[in-house]
Design a protein around this ligand. Structure first.
Ligand code: NAI
Ligand code: ISE
Length: 345
């Protein structure tokens, strides 16, 4: 069986996922697309697919009988409505982050999924599929470095468009660390605080950049994340876990060693597309495989989307207050207490 996928949102990451499904991954094809920019949707369908039908909106696409599963890659504010419609139609849905732009929106999705009775939703937190993070998780779970005490992370982008605002450092950028670190440490968050160092001259005047986040977990691990989105030199993701018996860090991304123009060294990647290409492939292949087998989703869940939203809200509050903001989660429905298989990947 080939899984017939409909895509809502044919912008940057929508195109990238469409291309990987059509040209790299197995077991699925794109049969339908939609975008508020209909001209763009038609162009992308013509470029990457074999005659995918272009729909006027998400409702018609989700309802179409030939669409087995849905990919939501539209703007964040449109995600919640599309995911709820997919659940109502009983169709598996992969949704890019954020699952919804508010914690209440995420809870509505959690409630709809629990009422449906099986896990239909996978959220696009691709870092859990990155080989380096999987190796870090192995090291922690096998007690190679003892109990984790501290974590030090760096999330640097070379530059941002003018539309990128100070709160996006949390909801758009830090959100990846928010998701991957509670998975990595098998822990939940207690509080978050933000410090603003001297501002870089390279950021637009409205943007506070860089920012330093201090996050405490329930088990007492102290996490420091530097978000610096106009660092100029490249896309740089670092993570170091300091444990009682040793330290484990994300491996450097392999690249050729260059001696050129009077310098000797490695190139630095320039964007997230290249840095996490294998992880994107893995997460979408897992989505396809689960759809194909008629199985529940096994990747990052709607509950993980909710945890990220609660933590993002606290991070934005902390930007404004300068204080330590505490995290209050609702009780996790037992529905989401399943053992994920990601460490065996
Ligand atoms: P984009 O702006 O390039 O594309 C979004 C597309 O959605 C646009 O073509 C827009 O016209 C369309 N759209 C907006 N509302 C719509 C609606 N109601 N129905 C149909 N189409 C609609 O943005 P980009 O970079 O592709 O981001 C999309 C989502 O993916 C965002 O939520 C973003 O946070 C997430 N993202 C995730 C990344 C990751 O590393 N996992 C990387 C980049 C983006
Ligand atoms: C972007 O939306 C992403 O998701 C990238 O992974 C992240 O590095 C970047 O900061 C975000 O703007």
């Amino acid at each position: 069986m080939t899984v017939r996928i409909g895509v809502i949102g044919t912008g940057a990451i929508g195109q990238s996922h469409i291309e990987r499904i059509e040209r790299k991954l197995s077991g699925a094809e794109i049969v339908a697309v939609t975008d508020v920019n209909q001209e763009l949707a038609s162009r992308i369908a013509a470029t990457y697919t074999e005659g995918a039908r272009v729909y006027n909106d998400d409702s018609d696409l989700i309802a179409a009988a030939h669409v087995d599963a849905v990919l939501v890659t539209s703007w964040g504010p449109a995600h919640e409505a599309s995911v709820l419609k997919a659940i109502e139609a009983g169709k598996p849905v992969f949704c890019e982050k954020p699952l919804a732009t508010t914690a209440d929106g995420c809870l509505r999705i959690v409630e709809a999924e629990v009422a449906h009775g099986s896990r239909l939703v996978q959220v696009g937190f691709m870092r859990r599929y990155d080989t380096g993070y999987v190796q870090l998780k192995h090291a922690i779970e096998n007690h190679v470095i003892g109990e984790p005490l501290m974590v030090r992370c760096v999330h640097r982008n070379p530059e941002t468009p003018e539309s990128y605002t100070t709160d996006m450092a949390v909801v758009d950028t830090l959100v990846h660390e928010i998701d991957v670190l509670h998975w990595l440490l098998d822990d939940e968050y207690e509080s978050v605080q933000v410090k603003f160092p001297k501002k870089t001259k390279h950021a637009f005047s409205h943007l506070r950049d860089p920012q330093l986040f201090l996050i405490e977990t329930k088990k007492g691990v102290l996490i420091q994340v530097e978000v610096f989105v106009n660092c100029k030199y490249g896309y740089d993701i670092q993570c170091e876990v300091i444990g009682e018996d040793g330290v484990a860090s994300l491996p450097e991304v392999p690249s050729i060693h260059l001696r050129s123009a009077g310098r000797s060294g490695m190139e630095v990647m320039q964007d997230w597309k290249g840095r996490f290409v294998d992880a994107y492939n893995e997460e979408i292949q897992e989505f396809i495989d689960n759809c194909k087998k008629g199985q529940e989703m096994t990747g990052p869940s709607a509950w993980d989307g909710y945890v990220a939203a609660i933590m993002s809200d606290a991070g934005v509050r902390a930007q404004a207050s300068g204080e330590k903001e505490s995290i209050e989660l609702k009780e996790k429905p037992s529905f989401y207490n399943y053992k994920v298989t990601e460490v065996s990947r």
